[in-house]
Each structure stands twice: as structure tokens, then as C-alpha cells.
Design a protein around this ligand. Structure first.
Ligand code: FES
Length: 335
């Protein structure tokens, strides 16, 4: 938070300090556990029996002094200070020499891979330790000022926040390639609770989900060359990115970092989610289908809401015509 406050000062990125709330509809036990942990680390929390949401809650925990900002405005302001080369995807990494698709190459002292899903197919085994989760947002005008940022403590719940005059309603999520509520779930909710509101925008995004809920920040894989990665933020990309930046600044310069072992991508993979990922990939690899993913060959599923071909194995997505929209796949579908 301190780093964001410092960076955003004087930036045109809609930075606003707000309280963050975790609520539940029924399960008070989740809140009790959350409160216990927050109290242990000395967080200045407040408990609420009711919240300014359009439905009754079992309770909510407020964590004051949090913030929201406009991520694209923020990225644009940062980008203005950096040399950035677009449309030159790296095909191969030889040590710390990056070779691009057009044949040019760049030799670096250290390389940090931040391509959302790491782009090197086998190295580091990220195809086993990550999957992608898709979630949806509606922007509503004439809905409600909720004066904070709200998230359901239970998987699959809704989130609420305001941006300017709009209410951003999030939810409907599912593993990419599986069925989920999508925008339809959000539209039904808005119709019921904000019947006079107008939908002025909607979008979807997807996140890389690690095996144990902790991001992978550190050495890309086995090997001694200085190649690093930051991925698997488990939907906490804004705060996770800052943690990654701080940890990687130290690691690249050969300094100790107190969180390095916690985030180390080479930590044990023994976790129930590894079995779930393996099962899903095995089923989709054997599934008979003519439409197969250009990443590792899993059968693709048609996404009727977004008119795309989606891959359940690691979350690649393709347009109706087969153009690659999202990785880890990097090639279009064959004709
Ligand atoms: Fe890996 Fe499709 S994303 S096989």
C-alpha cells in the first residue's frame, strides 16, 4: 500500500483510499477465521452485522486504509517512463538471450518473464501447477454507491465496488473451459436488486491460479541462469504485482528477501489441486474432438456467451475463426 500510495501520488489514475470488506451470506465461521488471522497480524479491523449491500449478510469485516485505482491509467503512466517494444514476441530464451519471432535478439543480465501464463512450455512445469479462472463484471449506472470494496468470503460469490458513478458488479466465475454463471448470473442479480439500473458495460478477465493460493515469484525453474518469473496471483494481481516487484528487485540484485522462500516457484507441488489439474488435463487430452488446442492438444469447448473456443487444461482461448486470443497457446488453430 505504501509503495502504491507513493507511486500514484501525482498520477492521473483515479487512486482512492477505501475500506475493503469481506462478507458472507451464511457462514459466520469463515469470518471468525478471517478475523482471527487479521487480529494476529495487528490489522485494524472492524466487524459489522449489516452492510450497505442490497441483501442481508451474516456479517462483514472491514479493513480500512485500502485503495482502488484504474489499472490501465496506472500502467499508461508507468509505461511513459519505460522503453517498450511491442509486437516482438520472444520465441526462445537461450540463457538470458531472448530471440524474437522476427529474428532479432536481446542479451540481458537478467530476464523476468511476466507473460501472465509463463510462455516457456515445459520449463518450470507451469502447465501442471497453474490453471486459469474466468470471471465477469458488469458496469451499472443508476445502481448504488456502496462506499467501499466488497468481496464474498465464499468461492463463487459476488463483488461490489464503485468507479465514478458506476457500480461494478463482479462474479459468475468458473474455471476457463467449464460452464459458469457468466454475465447472465450478474444480469439476473442486477434485474432483481437494481431494477432501474442500466448496464453500460461488461467484460471478462481470467486469472492464473496456483496450486496453494500463493503466487509464484522467483527463479523460473531449475538452472542457475538469472531467469525469473511472476505469475499465479490468484486474483490478487494488483497487490501481488507490487509484492513481486519488491521481491524481484532484491533477487535480481542478489539481495536477501524475507518472502523469497514463501513465493519460490520451485517449492513443493504436492497439493490436492495438482491431482485436480492432472485429472482435467487427462480427460480433455483423451476427449474426442476435432477442435484441439495448439498448446498441448486438449479438446476445446465452445463458449456460447463469448463466442470463443476455450481450453479447460490451461485456459487458452481462440476466436470462432481459430485466432489465438489468450495463452499459454501461442499459435492459431490449424485449418
Ligand atoms: Fe494447454 Fe490448451 S491451454 S492444452
Amino acid at each position: 500500500m505504501e509503495q502504491f500510495r507513493r507511486l500514484c501520488a501525482g498520477m492521473d489514475c483515479d487512486f482512492r483510499e477505501k475500506s475493503a470488506f469481506v462478507y458472507t451470506l451464511q457462514d459466520g465461521e469463515i469470518l471468525r477465521q478471517e478475523m482471527q488471522v487479521l487480529q494476529e497480524i495487528g490489522a485494524p479491523i472492524r466487524y459489522h452485522d449489516t452492510l450497505p449491500l442490497p441483501f442481508p449478510v451474516a456479517g462483514g469485516i472491514e479493513l480500512p486504509g485500502q485503495a482502488q485505482f484504474h489499472p490501465l491509467k496506472f500502467a499508461y503512466e508507468l509505461a511513459r517512463q519505460l522503453p517498450i517494444r511491442e509486437h516482438t514476441p520472444v520465441e526462445v530464451l537461450n540463457g538470458t538471450r531472448a530471440v524474437c519471432a522476427n529474428g532479432c535478439s536481446v542479451q540481458a543480465k537478467a530476464v523476468i518473464v511476466t507473460t501472465h501464463f509463463p510462455f516457456l512450455k515445459w520449463r518450470g512445469a507451469y502447465f501442471m501447477k497453474l490453471y486459469q479462472h474466468r470471471s465477469y463484471v458488469l458496469a451499472l449506472s443508476g445502481a448504488q454507491d456502496v462506499a467501499g470494496m466488497y468481496i464474498d468470503g465464499v468461492e463463487g460469490g459476488l463483488s461490489f465496488r464503485n468507479a465514478g458513478d458506476l457500480l461494478l458488479l463482479g462474479g459468475g466465475g468458473h474455471r476457463t473451459g467449464k460452464r459458469g454463471g457468466g454475465w447472465q448470473e450478474l444480469q439476473e442479480f442486477a434485474k432483481r436488486y437494481y431494477p432501474r439500473a442500466l448496464e453500460v458495460g461488461r467484460w471478462a478477465a481470467q486469472d492464473c491460479m496456483p496450486l496453494d493460493d500463493m503466487p509464484y515469484i522467483g527463479r523460473y525453474g531449475a538452472g542457475e541462469e538469472p531467469v525469473y518469473v511472476a505469475t499465479g496471483f490468484h486474483k490478487w494481481g494488483m497487490t501481488g504485482a507490487m509484492s513481486a516487484a519488491m521481491a524481484l528487485c532484491d533477487l535480481v540484485r542478489g539481495k536477501e528477501n524475507p518472502y523469497a522462500s514463501l513465493f519460490d516457484p520451485r517449492r513443493s507441488m504436492l497439493h490436492p489441486q495438482l491431482l485436480a489439474n492432472g485429472w482435467e488435463a487427462g480427460v480433455r487430452l483423451l476427449w474426442p474432438s476435432l477442435r484441439r488446442c495448439s498448446h498441448m492438444g486438449c479438446a476445446l469447448k465452445w463458449n456460447g456467451q463469448e463466442h470463443t473456443w476455450d481450453c479447460l487444461c490451461h485456459g487458452s482461448r481462440f476466436s470462432q475463426q481459430g485466432r489465438c486470443l489468450e495463452g499459454p497457446a501461442r499459435k492459431d488453430l490449424g485449418k
